[in-house]
Design a protein around this ligand. Structure first.
Ligand SMILES: *Cc1c(COP(=O)(O)O)cnc(C)c1O
Length: 387
């Protein structure tokens, strides 16, 4: 058994990131400035997005996107129960009503036919989440959205580098929101980016992100700026700092390599676990895509084991293997259960997955020995608790 604990995720930071942060600290310019601008431009170029707005988090991006689209009281927004809390919380904080549509069993992505059933005259938008870095089936989603005049807001927190039918997530006729939390495929510590082809929307989000000041107001303390400013509307404090962008500038060129290493590890898991009927392995959707492999999330078939999912995680932890939980379904949390009151029978696929899913370690700094240790521990636990 391994003697040190293996976390389920860890960022991979190099000397360049460290030196760039130190450079920011020594320069005296800590907050939004030239490095945020550089990161914005380089990210935009990598994705191929017409407009990009750097922010303090993806949560901020979801919040501002909904506000900029004037989605609020009386409106419904359809999303997936298999997502992080903030997707749904931001819909609620915008004043709108979240509506959950069930997921597909293979990919755990939102099921377009279930979305169709949830559309009402109050529906304004759909928020698909590219679960684990695998793209949702965007063509039928866009077709449905066009038929009903709905906006698509992609929660792309898992999907930096994901491609669908040869196009990167972030280039569609929608709004895409990326996260740079340390667990995500690249990091800025905390941070997020909104990409959209809609220039007016990008402008509105830029205005809202920093006190309602005009876009380049950060320059007002620099040599080229003037100290005056005008407030256009009451705004938030959701700007990214140069200290954060300093990290991102050096993470971005490594992203494709990170994804390749993640894919190799996921394929090793798929190969090793293929013979264990107690696990349901992640499946590739049949369309052309690049999976960013943000997460590796098998389901443990508790009906074939003498322990439940939490017990399975505890057994792995005893063997020094960390796990994550992405996700306990939205309708199982107290907040949303109270607000929405959705029964498991309304979301059978997500409810089934919620009680059985776990995230195994998957990050580019993992060594071959780490991968081997995970495979050995999972196989041992399955074998020991088979019923
Ligand atoms: C991480 C995550 C978010 C929130 O991202 P932050 O940058 O931490 O705000 C939103 N949605 C999903 C699906 C996520 O995984």
């Amino acid at each position: 058994m391994r003697t040190t604990f293996l976390p389920f995720s860890a960022p991979l930071l190099g000397e360049e990131e460290i030196a760039e942060v130190v450079d920011s600290l020594r320069s005296g310019w800590l907050t939004t400035g030239p490095k945020v601008k550089r990161f914005e431009e380089e990210f935009k170029a990598y994705i191929g997005a017409p407009h990009a707005v750097p922010l303090s988090s993806a949560t901020a991006g979801l919040h501002l996107t909904l506000l900029a689209l004037k989605i609020g009281a009386g409106d419904e927004v359809i999303t997936t129960p298999m997502t992080f809390a903030s997707t749904v919380s931001m819909i609620m904080l915008a004043g709108a009503t979240p509506v959950l549509a069930d997921i597909e069993p293979g990919t755990l992505n939102i099921d377009v036919e279930q979305v169709r059933k949830k559309i009402t005259p109050a529906t304004r938008a759909i928020i698909p989440v590219h679960f684990a870095g695998q793209p949702c089936d965007m063509d039928p989603l866009f077709k449905l959205a066009r038929e009903h005049g709905l906006t698509i807001i992609e929660d792309a927190a898992h999907a930096v580098g994901t491609e669908y039918n040869g196009r990167k997530v972030g280039t569609f006729d929608s709004v895409s929101i990326f996260s740079f939390h340390p667990n995500k495929n690249i990091t800025t510590g905390e941070g997020g980016m909104v990409c959209t082809p809609d220039e007016a929307l990008a402008e509105e989000i830029s205005l809202l992100k920093f006190h309602g000041m005009s876009r380049e107001a950060w320059k007002r303390f620099s040599a080229s700026g003037t100290p005056g400013y005008d407030i256009m509307l009451p705004g938030f404090k959701y700007n990214m700092m140069d200290i954060q962008a300093a990290i991102g500038i050096h993470q971005l060129p490594r992203l494709d390599g990170f994804i390749e290493r993640r894919r190799q590890i996921a394929e090793q898991y798929n190969h090793a676990f293929g013979s264990l009927p107690e696990l349901v392995l992640p499946r590739y959707a049949p369309y052309q895509q690049r999976h960013a492999w943000h997460l590796y999330t098998p389901l443990v078939k508790t009906e074939r084991l003498s322990i439940d999912r939490d017990g399975f995680m505890a057994e792995l932890k005893q063997r020094n293997i960390g796990t994550g939980l992405h996700y306990r379904a939205i309708h199982h949390h107290t907040c949303y259960r109270t607000a929405l009151g959705i029964a498991d029978s309304e979301l059978p696929v997500a409810s089934y997955a919620s009680d059985r899913i776990l995230s195994l370690p998957l990050f580019p700094a993992m060594t071959d020995q780490d991968v081997h240790d995970v495979i050995a521990a999972v196989t041992e636990v399955v074998t020991a608790f088979r019923s």
